[in-house]
Design a protein around this ligand. Structure first.
Ligand SMILES: C[S@@+](CC[C@H](N)C(=O)[O-])C[C@H]1O[C@@H](n2cnc3c(N)ncnc32)[C@H](O)[C@@H]1O
Length: 488
């Protein structure tokens, strides 16, 4: 497959490979409640590497709104990279983000004309051209910019990729009152309101070009070059079932009655999203202003609501690693989704934390009223601390039993671990999972005999194993090495 190349492409990946995972340092003063939601302050490349062991393949929807490379210098971040450098910045981050997506997950990326088309080719390489879903056009601005030198730019794109397009299906959008208003009931049909549908099909099938006599006696044929959508027998059945409408005076070209009760409970999203449906840049600015913040490039809450409605259900995990003023986290919170947000700037503290505090307190701006938001929940705030591994590949002594137990439990079971028991972390699918840690971290006959017993397969994580192959086999033990088998 043709690929995009630029100076520094392979270096970008190499650099990312060598970035070490770091410990998450929780800040209790900036955390609220005991929610499973996480805000990380730090560079997202390091943060993604540090989060991956805990969240691999668990995220249902990634939304990102990276710097567009417009050449501007905004108050809170710089948006002026040399083109190749921007690609080198995005490439390893997108590669890592793919690892976070669940099999039925999707990624949505806001971008404008400056980099959209390069980004599309890059994403084709990373996510697979066959997993490309759409390039949504979002009307971000209403008023034309009359001082624009060339054309007045009024839209952004949102590139959408599925982790696996054969599996991923978007949800429907709720039907609007305006859509339902198109359904009427002029003949008081007991089946309820309906809408007239065309009964001609854009194909010429001679047997389906039969004459139809209306109740008023007029004979009608399908328009030139088309045929009726139904066979003559089927049409007769529909007439008998009062599903064909000839107009109030019985003289119209027939139409089929499409009942509201038969249509899907929602509507399929189109690829053009207008500002009256999902908000625009001005609405987003008003939203952050109402929260008493200044931020140059926020997204409107309704836009993120649309994405999360299509791509997630309540309880699903959402990730945004270019969090900005925290819109994705705020909207996910109000929609009862779990979330992870990463932001490098100080606005992680000056904007995101107070915004989420307000949300928890029941803030009524943005989408709150439309989702009946009344407050509640919590989030944890953390920074990126020391490296997980020392330079010689051994475990940093600052790493706690709890952190490793979480990584192990997730790697073995695909589930998160709420309570941490030592040394038997838990039993899953008929296998007991142990972690030897601290002074007793070597698997010997003596340490083995001190372990809680389990009849069946025992997976034992330890920093070394002094047991013979035969002993391992006879006692149904599978040894895994810490830290090598943690794959940090
Ligand atoms: C366009 S803004 C996102 C705005 C956001 N969607 C909102 O509604 O507020 C991009 C954000 O990405 C952040 N950012 C840029 N590079 C980053 C990095 N390497 N790691 C984490 N955040 C980064 C910037 O500080 C900025 O806040």
């Amino acid at each position: 497959m043709p690929e995009l190349n630029w100076d520094g492409k392979s270096d970008a990946l190499e650099l990312a490979k060598n970035i070490p995972a770091r410990l998450l340092e929780f800040d209790d003063e900036l955390s609220f409640g005991d929610g499973k939601n996480l805000i990380v302050q730090g560079d997202n490349l390091v943060a993604l590497k540090s989060l991956l062991p805990f969240y691999r393949a668990q995220v249902k929807c990634v939304y990102i709104d990276p710097p567009y490379n417009t050449g501007a210098a905004f108050e809170h971040y710089d948006d002026n990279f040399p083109h190749a450098q921007w690609l080198s910045m995005m490439y390893p981050r997108l590669k890592l983000l793919r690892e976070f997506l669940s099999d039925d997950g999707s990624i949505w990326i806001s971008i404008d004309d400056d980099e959209a088309h390069y980004l599309k080719v890059l994403c084709d390489e990373i996510f697979g051209r066959n997993n490309f879903v759409a390039s949504v056009v979002w009307e971000k601005k209403y008023s034309p910019q009359n001082d624009a030198k060339w054309l007045s730019d009024s839209h952004d794109f949102i590139l959408v990729y599925a982790r696996d397009k054969n599996i991923w299906r978007p949800n429907l959008l709720p039907r609007t009152a305006e859509m339902d208003a198109r359904y009427k009931n002029p003949d008081n049909d007991p089946r309820g309101v309906w809408k007239a549908g065309d009964i001609s099909a854009k194909r010429l099938t001679p047997k389906d070009c039969y004459p139809i006599t209306t109740p008023s006696g007029r004979v009608v044929y399908p328009p030139e070059g088309t045929s009726w959508r139904f066979t003559q027998e089927k049409f007769a059945e529909l007439v008998a079932d009062n599903r064909i409408w000839f107009g109030a005076n019985g003289n119209n070209v027939p139409a089929v009655k499409r009942f509201l009760s038969d249509v899907l409970s929602g509507s399929v999203s189109k690829t053009i999203w207008f500002r009256d449906e999902v908000g625009d840049n001005q609405e987003a600015k008003r939203e952050v202003k109402a929260l008493n913040f200044v931020f140059d490039t926020p997204k409107p809450e309704r836009l993120i609501q649309r994405i999360l409605t299509l791509a997630t259900n309540a309880g699903d995990l959402v990730m945004d690693c270019f969090l900005g003023s925290g819109t994705t986290a705020a909207v996910a919170h109000k929609m009862n989704r779990r979330y992870i947000g990463v932001e490098v700037g100080e606005h992680a503290i000056t904007h995101v934390v107070p915004r989420l505090q307000k949300v928890i307190g029941g803030e009524q701006g943005g989408i709150s009223k439309s989702v009946d938001w009344t407050g509640g929940g919590g989030f944890k705030f953390c920074r990126l601390g020391e490296e997980f591994l020392n330079a010689d590949g051994t475990l940093n002594p600052a790493v706690t039993f709890e952190r490793i137990a979480e990584i192990i439990w997730f790697a073995e079971t695909g589930q998160s671990l709420d309570e941490k028991f030592s040394p038997l972390i838990g039993v899953h699918d008929g296998r007991a999972i142990y972690l030897l840690f601290g002074d007793e971290n070597i698997l010997t006959t003596e340490t083995f005999l001190t372990l809680p017993t389990y009849k069946g397969t025992k997976i034992i994580y330890a920093s070394a194993c002094r047991l013979s192959e035969r002993f391992l086999r006879e006692h149904e033990i599978i040894f895994r090495h810490v830290p090598i088998d943690l794959k940090i």
